[in-house]
Design a protein around this ligand. Structure first.
Ligand SMILES: [Zn+2]
Ligand SMILES: [Zn+2]
Length: 162
């Protein structure tokens, strides 16, 4: 887990490791796309920069809807289904330009998106949902992926190995 500095850090006001607590988010826009809504960059974003936080209700069981996001290594999820937050509009891609990382901010875990590569204004933001299809369920078809990437695997769910 990544950890942001707290108030005791020597960097003080100039510390660059307080992006999340300072809400240094990027300008983004929600737009209609083929599959519902998507989230788009409304300014250029550099590789590695903090983009936006995934916000919702913190729950201790899998909400089993498409807006549940798990805190890695914890039995906790953020359920984004009830809140009208922008980050839940980020669609899946098999070749995503963002990744979600868990950060500890003043002792609380937060799920935040960061740019995988440079992103230009107007580009759709994407990340890999990381959904899996257990091998025993192979007969069940996965959700068709519309990401359009050259490396698209055809479905959002990857088949579980072993
Ligand atoms: Zn610091
Ligand atoms: Zn795809």
């Amino acid at each position: 887990m990544h950890i942001e500095c707290d108030d005791n850090c020597r960097g003080g006001a100039g510390c660059s490791n307080k992006r999340i607590q300072r809400c240094k988010v990027k300008k983004v826009k929600k737009k209609r796309v083929e599959k519902g809504f998507g989230l788009f960059a409304d300014e250029d974003i550099q590789k590695g920069e903090y983009v936006i936080e995934y916000i919702g209700k913190i729950v201790n069981k899998d909400p089993e809807n498409e807006y549940g996001m798990k805190y890695k290594d914890f039995h906790l999820w953020v359920d984004g289904s009830k809140k009208n937050a922008l980050a839940k509009r980020i669609n899946h891609s098999c070749d995503p330009n963002c990744a979600n990382h868990m950060w500890a901010v003043k002792g609380m875990p937060r799920l935040c998106f960061f740019a995988n590569r440079n992103i230009v204004k107007g580009e759709e933001l994407t990340f890999s949902y990381g959904w899996t299809l257990p091998k025993k369920d192979l007969k069940r078809k996965g959700t068709v992926c519309l990401c359009g990437a050259k490396s698209c695997s055809g479905t959002i769910e990857k088949v579980e190995i072993s």
